[in-house]
Design a protein around this ligand. Structure first.
Ligand code: S3P
Length: 433
């Protein structure tokens, strides 16, 4: 597809972004294992979450959907049914790992499969600790297909070896079904939506004051809820970045989730001299939300290291773009996890930004970018490589460029944000109205 190129008037107007992807997956799963009906408002109806929805239907959970409104007839923690076919998780890494923890403790067997990208992502990270709880999980060379033989599980005191909310959440779902109380220790805190939401549904999950240790009481009585999901910070991030790097912009994004485990981009932008105002702070079913006002700014370079990574993990392609527009040398290190996302994002970021003439050097665990205002285009044919976040980052990059650019494999964007280009158009067109 052709990408929209430079607009000298900048971006203007007010938009809302779709529901949070992480919370939509979790809301579905928790609704399924609770007693009674759960209603989810502002659910993210994108490919990834629809994979979770279909997998739960295959596990015997009645779910109806009208656009972004879901009704889930919960079956309780022990009421899921043996699926009659393999559960097709599509591209959804989060759902695969969370369900691995849940299904490990059920009384039936199941098999999880996925698309070619998901089938390359490491699953040993959930298999190893779940096996320590007595789970029986077979992988194919560390990857999907995953065959789970449902077992009675025992509790665990586990020290995490990767900073991953998916692994932590898999263990929490297994721990809910274990014989005793479990603890999970993180070395860097990761997104805590599972803990917050489970407590909302009636579980007893506590986090130590320092934020590193999570304690899970087993066999809670989970009760269906009526929930509204906040706007996804990771989707808002594309427009936050766009308004920051496209001169003469000023936009407002309404009702965005600002859970502190997700706001790394805002902290980084502040250090870079970005102009973001957080206003109208509120709460939506246990998650903090706010409206964000963003204006373009001349950015300074930044250095970020491993401790800064978890709360900005999905926004690192955008950090690269911000750095490319800042004057001076920025450095991102300690981000090895980027290599096991929907694509090897260190490699895809470097390959694609080099096409735009951006001076970027690949490191094993990150990249160095020598940012400047004028980008000398080397190749106008950009490629998402089948990775939604790379595709959207490139569409934003194109807005700074006068030459016409195209994007290959743009379909991937529907994995997390099917209406991305419609929402972008709202703020592109706002000034010409
Ligand atoms: C997610 C956790 C992160 C993130 C992913 C969503 C979640 O993955 O990158 O997009 O919802 O738990 P890791 O747990 O692998 O870091």
């Amino acid at each position: 597809m052709k990408l929209k190129s430079f607009s000298k008037n900048g971006l203007h107007g007010q938009i809302s972004v779709p529901g949070d992807k992480s919370i939509s997956h979790r809301g579905l799963i928790l609704g399924a294992i609770s007693d009674g009906t759960t209603q989810l408002h502002h659910f993210l109806a994108a490919d990834d979450c629809l994979s979770t929805l279909n997998a739960l239907k295959d596990l015997g959970v009645p779910i109806t959907r009208k656009n972004d409104f879901l009704t889930i007839e919960g079956q309780g923690l022990t009421g899921l049914k043996r699926p009659t076919k393999s559960l097709d998780m599509g591209n959804a890494g989060t759902a695969t790992r969370l369900l691995a923890g849940l299904l490990a403790g059920q009384s039936f067997n199941s098999t999880l499969i996925g698309d070619s990208s998901l089938s390359k992502r490491p699953m040993g990270r959930v298999q190893t600790p779940l096996q320590q709880m007595g789970a029986k999980i077979e992988l194919t060379d560390g990857h999907l297909p995953m065959t789970i033989t449902g077992q009675k599980l025992h509790s665990i005191d586990y020290q995490m070896t990767v900073a991953s909310a998916q692994v932590k959440s898999a263990l929490i779902f297994a721990a809910l079904q274990a014989d005793e109380k479990s603890t999970i220790k993180e070395f860097l805190p990761t997104r805590d939506h599972t803990e917050r939401l489970l407590n909302k549904f009636g579980a007893n999950i506590t986090t130590s004051d320092d934020g590193y240790t999570i304690t899970v009481e087993p066999h809670p009585h989970l009760v269906g809820q009526d929930l509204t999901i906040p706007g996804d910070m990771s989707s808002a991030a594309f427009f936050i970045t766009a308004a920051s790097i496209i001169p003469n912009s000023k936009i407002t994004i309404l009702n965005v989730g600002i859970n502190p485990t997700r706001t790394g981009l805002l902290k980084i932008l502040e250090k870079m001299g970005g102009k973001v105002k957080i206003i109208n702070r509120s709460q939506s079913d246990g998650e903090p939300t706010a409206d964000l006002e963003i204006e373009s700014a001349q950015l300074k370079p930044i250095k970020i290291t491993s401790k800064d990574i978890p709360d900005v993990i999905d926004e690192l392609p955008l950090v690269a773009l911000l750095a490319a527009a800042a004057n001076g040398v920025s450095e991102v290190t300690g981000a090895l996890e980027l290599r096991v996302k929907e694509t090897d994002r260190i490699s895809t970021i470097v390959t694609e930004l080099q096409k735009l003439g951006i001076k970027i050097t690949e490191l094993t665990d990150g990249f160095i970018i020598d940012g400047r205002d004028d980008w000398q285009i080397q190749d106008s044919k950009l490629d998402s490589h089948g990775d939604h976040r790379i595709g959207m980052m490139l569409a934003i990059a194109a807005l700074r460029v006068k030459e016409p650019l195209t994007l290959e494999n743009e379909d991937a964007i529907s994995i997390s944000y099917p209406q991305f280009f419609d929402d972008l158009k709202e703020i592109e067109d706002a000034d010409s109205n």
